[in-house]
Design a binder for this molecule. Structure first.
Ligand code: ADP
Ligand code: MG
Length: 353
């Protein structure tokens, strides 16, 4: 079974033809309390037309990673190391002017909270049409028509009237949809959706996910989907990255990770996430304790203080050495491939159902 490692290595992507390639990304914040190590050596690839799902508890570095890709971090208090290659262009130290022209056009983000993205001072229509005018050179009339079209697509009733409203005249759910319209108006090549539908009811949520799929079909957009919802992951994503304490701890195709997860953290996470076809809200398998402080993360495997399997690994490996994550399918855990499989089949799978 140790040959499994070989197969994993063979499946490792070269990264050469990927549209977005993040290599050994580190993001640190200087704060009054010390340095927050929010992202610690993260690498992933994403091809055009594909969707990468990112899951992980709150505070695992999902939003920081993606804000950094878009260059939306505060350069004064943030240190970024590593490479972010978008279509072959290294964005890590790109000038703000270059990032600004890429944002909203080539790459855009749907935020968790619409209020971070919408200005209270301009009408919803103007905020949707402005980036469109800027990047396409469309006339005012054309851009307004485009804004109305986008509001229609995201399911805003009476779009020809609501286009002239200010954000405060919209309900929370409508603001979220307006912000999504704004993110999609230029048909971005890279769309980052950070918990895009959490605040929306199920029907609207399905409508928005369909819209993202349409965008992808038509324009071959690459999508990063950060979500707590396994249903969304299963429905939308091709590949899945599981993050813990600013690192990827497991990666693979969605099918592989959902069907035979390998990392103890993923086991806990899958057991505690909302599931398809389940009316049970209670976590099946809660993870004990809480995520670590990134000011002073645990030694070795950052998950070890919460992990039920350090005894199976034996010795002090989990405390003293950090397991690496292979490229391609794999997980960063000291359990052997046989142990992972055996524990999963005997103890975890029956509980996940
Ligand atoms: P999530 O996975 O929930 O999206 P985040 O990426 O938002 O997590 O945050 C990762 C870590 O970085 C958290 O510990 C958070 O408190 C910290 N963090 C995020 N932004 C800042 C900031 N501007 N200054 C200091 N710490 C930050
Ligand atoms: Mg977040």
């Amino acid at each position: 079974m140790t040959t499994l490692t070989k197969t994993e290595d063979a499946a490792a992507p070269t990264g050469s033809d990927s549209f977005l390639s993040v290599r050994d990304l580190h993001v640190k914040f200087s704060t009054e309390d010390g340095v927050v190590n929010a992202v610690n050596g993260l690498s992933f690839d994403l091809e055009r037309g594909k969707t990468l799902g990112i899951v992980g508890e709150s505070g695992s570095g999902k939003s920081v990673t993606n804000l950094t890709v878009l260059g939306l971090h505060n350069p004064k208090s943030t240190t970024v190391e590593g490479d972010i290659l978008l279509d072959g262009v290294n964005l890590t130290h790109a000038p703000e002017s270059q990032l600004e022209s890429l944002r909203g056009n080539k790459m855009s983000m749907i935020f968790q909270d619409a209020l971070t993205a919408l200005s209270p001072y301009y009408t919803v229509g103007r905020q949707i049409s402005e980036p469109f005018r800027k990047h396409t050179g469309a006339s005012k009339k054309e851009a307004r028509d485009r804004a109305i079209e986008m509001l229609t697509k995201v399911g805003i009733p009476q779009p020809t009237l609501r286009v002239d409203d200010y954000p405060h005249q919209f309900s929370g759910g409508m603001r979220q949809r307006a912000m999504i319209a704004m993110s999609l108006v230029c048909n971005p090549d890279l769309l980052i959706a950070d918990e895009p539908t959490t605040a929306l009811d199920v029907t609207v949520q399905a409508q928005i996910l369909d819209l993202l799929k349409d965008l992808q079909q038509e324009f071959g957009s690459a999508i990063i989907m950060i979500t707590h919802d396994l249903g969304v992951v299963a429905n939308m994503a091709d590949d899945l990255l599981v993050m813990y304490a600013g690192r990827a701890v497991e990666r693979g195709s969605v099918r592989e990770v959902l069907k035979s997860p390998q990392h103890p953290y993923t086991w806990g996470l899958l057991g505690s996430m909302p599931r398809l076809n389940s009316s049970v809200d209670e976590p099946l398998m809660p993870i004990p304790g809480s995520p670590p402080s990134l000011l002073n993360p645990p030694s070795g495997c950052a998950f070890h203080p919460r992990c039920a399997f350090t005894g199976d690994v034996g010795g002090d490996a989990c405390v003293s050495s950090r397991p690496g994550l292979p490229d391609g399918r794999g997980s960063a855990c000291h359990l052997t491939a046989e142990q992972k499989q055996q524990v999963f089949i005997e103890k975890i799978q029956p509980r996940l159902g």
